[in-house]
Write a protein that binds this ligand. Structure first.
Ligand SMILES: [Zn+2]
Length: 196
């Protein structure tokens, strides 16, 4: 039942809203490609686009430099990286459009390229697991994504006890249920309606 509702209502809605986004980004010149990944923005944050774009490119370049394998996988599994400020969420992967959303309003993503790269690695891991058809509980998938972030962090920056503790704490945290996520969407539905 949930799948039918998703395919008949939610999926077409996301596709329409997304196409509108992409057209609006192109029209305003807020659209750029980095090696097959399109960097777009929620039109509400167009004013911040240049700052956001250069941070995302720097984060992608960091991933590319640290792990070419991860970068190539990311470029295959993600078509768009979108600045989308959803209160309560750091990031999100929207599989129907192969879109990684990042909440660039969060100060640490704005000021720390490494932190932004970790978020992209996290969402790219979701993307990869979906692309290979993995069927696991959401909580298990979150653990895999956080562990992948940790592996990437160690490769990029080495061992850091403070960050290791942060990863450990996150691995213990409960994950958002699909219902909680849906409530966040409903609360912020103006992000998803078509605009001119
Ligand atoms: Zn996740």
């Amino acid at each position: 039942m949930r799948r039918i509702l998703f395919n008949l209502v939610i999926k077409p809605w996301i596709i329409l809203a997304h196409k509108s986004y992409v057209n609006e980004c192109k029209r305003h010149g807020k659209y750029c490609e980095y090696k097959g990944v399109y960097i777009i923005s929620d039109p509400r944050y167009f004013a911040d686009y240049d700052n956001y774009k250069s941070s995302v490119i720097a984060a992608l370049q960091l991933i590319e430099k640290v792990s070419m394998v991860r970068f190539l996988r990311l470029a295959r599994d993600i078509d768009f990286i979108c600045n989308l400020a959803l209160p309560g969420l750091n990031g999100l992967f929207v599989s129907v459009r192969k879109m990684c959303c990042v909440n660039f309003g969060i100060p640490s993503y704005r000021h720390d390229i490494g932190h932004l790269a970790l978020l992209i690695i996290h969402e790219a891991t979701h993307a990869h697991l979906i692309s290979i058809g993995t069927r696991m509980k959401h909580a298990r998938i979150e653990q895999i994504c956080i562990r992948e972030e940790r592996r990437f962090f160690r490769m990029a920056f080495g061992h850091n006890p403070v960050v290791e503790k942060w990863f450990e704490e996150r691995l213990q945290e409960p994950v958002l249920t699909s219902f909680a996520l849906f409530k966040i969407f409903l609360k912020n539905k103006e992000c998803f309606v078509e605009r001119r």
